[in-house]
Design a protein around this ligand. Structure first.
Ligand SMILES: [Zn+2]
Length: 306
């Protein structure tokens, strides 16, 4: 969510839907026409290699986008489909592309939440998960997936979703970071699908890696990726400090905290902002800094512990 100016966001991304752009040798990208407050200009799919290629994140259930991807690889063979995570703007088109190409699908696994649902969350309006998706091959952290002229290492990056992977093309210093890191905005971390503890640990992981150029699920590439990630870490630490600052004045529910913290937020993002605040509160409750009655849930009231 673009709600703060402490991160050097870049919203300059003129790529038009359906146009193939070779952004680096062996890296092509195509934008899907699914713009929204959550997806920016839409989902970006990537084509890795030449001749025998991999497609990263085929995108939402979108026939035109599948056709654009297939047109981009006409005369080539798609050997691999790699999926960063199971949100509906990233994985559903996999079925269409697999049917058309016979490629093998690689991902961490089917969709799952970061933690079990609490009783009060059992009937929750749905997040955006693609529960149909199943990879052919389940990939674990550190495994290398190799094709003709390219090799990427899977980097477990849970937080946005529990099954999120980044794919690091180590010899080229490139990392495909999915929705874990985006240049145009912060990522949504919404429990129980997402987890703030996991997300922060996954950000730290990236700062310890060598890849410097990031390609994201939405928006432009990110040069100096680890440096950018350090801004994101500081942004979340500042957000946590704002929550504690507000709670120090007295107990509050999540809508109150959102109003206090997200000044001037796009009204369409208020719901998601509430879940981001919940992600922080869940972490703060687990650390014994904040208290609530019962489970830390979206409808709860929160206060400083002790
Ligand atoms: Zn996405």
């Amino acid at each position: 969510m673009a709600d703060n100016d402490d991160v050097p966001f870049n919203r300059d991304f003129p790529l038009k839907p359906g146009v193939v752009e070779e952004v680096r040798p062996g890296v092509r990208r195509i934008l899907c026409n699914n713009p929204s407050p959550f997806t920016f200009t839409g989902t970006v799919s990537y084509i890795l290699g030449e001749g025998k290629v991999a497609i990263i994140d085929p995108g939402p259930d979108d026939e035109a986008h599948a056709a654009a991807l297939l047109k981009a690889v006409r005369g080539e063979t798609v050997t691999h489909i790699l999926v960063t995570h199971t949100h509906r703007d990233h994985s559903p088109n996999t079925a269409r592309l697999k049917a058309a190409t016979g490629a093998t699908v690689y991902a961490e696994g089917p969709h799952r939440a970061s933690r079990p649902r609490y009783e009060s969350e059992k009937i929750s309006s749905e997040s955006g998960a693609d529960r149909e998706f199943k990879p052919d091959i389940r990939v674990s952290d550190g495994e290398t997936i190799e094709g003709a002229g390219w090799a990427v290492q899977a980097v477990a990056t849970p937080g946005h979703t529990a099954n999120h992977l980044a794919f690091a093309w180590r010899e080229r210093g490139i990392c495909f970071v999915g929705d874990h890191v985006m240049g145009w905005s912060t990522s949504i971390v919404a429990p129980p699908d997402g987890s703030m503890v996991d997300y922060m640990a996954s950000l730290q992981r990236l700062t310890q890696r060598d890849e410097d150029l990031y390609f994201s699920g939405h928006g432009p590439e990110i040069p100096e990726g680890p440096r950018y990630v350090r801004f994101l870490i500081r942004h979340r630490q500042a957000r946590e400090a704002s929550i504690l600052h507000r709670l120090a004045k007295g107990k509050a529910d999540i809508p109150t905290l959102v109003r206090a913290i997200y000044i001037g937020i796009d009204p369409r993002l208020i719901g998601a902002a509430g879940y981001s605040v919940l992600a922080h509160l869940e972490d703060l409750v687990a650390r014994g800094i904040v208290a609530t009655d019962g489970d830390p849930v979206i409808g709860g009231t929160y206060r400083m512990a002790g």
